[in-house]
Design a protein around this ligand. Structure first.
Ligand code: CA
Length: 339
């Protein structure tokens, strides 16, 4: 039987319209030297009960970021369908080949999943995953939570985020949802390059997108995993899928969520030199315009003074490079401003 050319080549073993909890996978054709007629099996979980909204939660969009996969697998096992009204679709490892390899981008095709949207029906493995999510999952969603952290090369002060978008009604919903997540920071994020992101696909469909950056360095802490776990449940409660009160940070005896924004691209500090980066400020440090945030040393010329990188605006340092060996074009620091 031949499929119509518009049908995804990816197939799902779960029926998202069925009630109850179902563990299954997306089958992505991947015939290769090691496996003739083979496929990638990408785990997916659908939990549905009664009537209500649908929240889709993804982790492992980048394969070296771990809070999402950990928190979503724990939730998938723990959540009882009887607890919810509506539907939760969990994809703990959106770029499954990358998660299994511990790499940011797919080891199969070198593609960054968060630049692969809306995908291609008959493209590479990453493009087929994106195409399936774009055409079969996102239309089911009222909102999407994509859990990121910094991966092996970046480190963030934990935040939930939404984007400044043209549709102000949807933006206000996303802003409220990001705040309900209850991370230490809620950030109105301006991307360096938004084309091809799942975020952009969700927003272009007029749906609520919430993202996170919860830490980084290719590992987790007890704090960042706890933020993810609490945040997901808070978001489910915010959508009315879980009948419980979101746990605010104040209720947990923590300082309230700090609301921040990025007024312009000067929030990013980008390397123009290659060498060894010495951070001069730690995360959460307040900065004034002109403050040195770090400097690049030149190991081939010890007599040469380092190149100093300065904040182009005041604010708080909430992101930095985690790696020290820097090339021109590398991200060095992110400065956001308290609202
Ligand atoms: Ca990421």
């Amino acid at each position: 039987m031949r499929m119509a050319a518009t049908e995804p080549k990816v197939s799902a073993t779960v029926d998202f319209d069925r009630g109850g909890k179902h563990f299954g996978y997306l089958g992505i054709p991947h015939s290769r030297n090691e496996s003739g007629w083979g496929a990638v099996h990408l785990p997916i979980v659908s939990i549905k009960n009664g009537q209500g909204p649908t929240l889709v939660c993804t982790g492992g969009n980048h394969g070296d970021e771990y809070e999402g996969p950990i928190a979503l697998m724990k939730l998938a096992r723990a959540l009882d369908p009887g607890e919810i009204s509506g539907r939760v679709i969990l994809i703990p490892a959106l770029n499954y080949p990358a998660v299994m390899a511990g790499t940011r981008v797919s080891p199969i095709d070198g593609v960054n999943m968060n630049r692969a949207f809306p995908g291609e029906r008959s493209g590479t493995v990453s493009a087929m995953i994106a195409h399936y999510v774009q055409t079969r999952i996102l239309p089911l969603a009222d909102g999407l939570l994509d859990i990121h952290s910094g991966g092996k090369t970046l480190m963030f002060s934990p935040f939930a985020c939404y984007h400044r978008i043209a549709d102000s009604a949807v933006m206000e919903q996303a802003k409220a949802a990001a705040l309900a997540f209850g991370a230490p920071i809620s950030l109105e994020l301006v991307e360096l390059d938004a084309e091809g992101m799942i975020d952009t696909s969700v927003e272009e469909m007029g749906k609520v997108f919430v993202g996170t950056e919860l830490g980084g360095g290719g590992t987790t802490t007890t704090e960042t995993v706890a933020i993810a776990e609490t945040g997901i449940r808070n978001l489910l409660a915010h959508f009315g899928i879980l009948d419980e009160t979101p746990q605010t940070r104040e209720a947990r005896g923590l300082p309230p969520t700090r609301r921040m924004h990025m007024p312009d691209p000067d929030c990013y500090v980008i390397a123009e030199d290659g060498g060894i980066y010495e951070a001069l400020l730690d995360l959460d440090s307040p900065v004034e315009e002109g403050d040195a945030v770090g400097q690049v040393h030149f190991p081939e010329k010890p007599e040469r003074a380092p190149a100093v990188y300065r904040a182009k605006r005041p604010g708080t340092l909430i992101g930095r490079t985690h790696k020290a060996l820097i090339e021109p074009g590398d991200f060095l620091a992110l400065i956001a401003e308290e609202v």
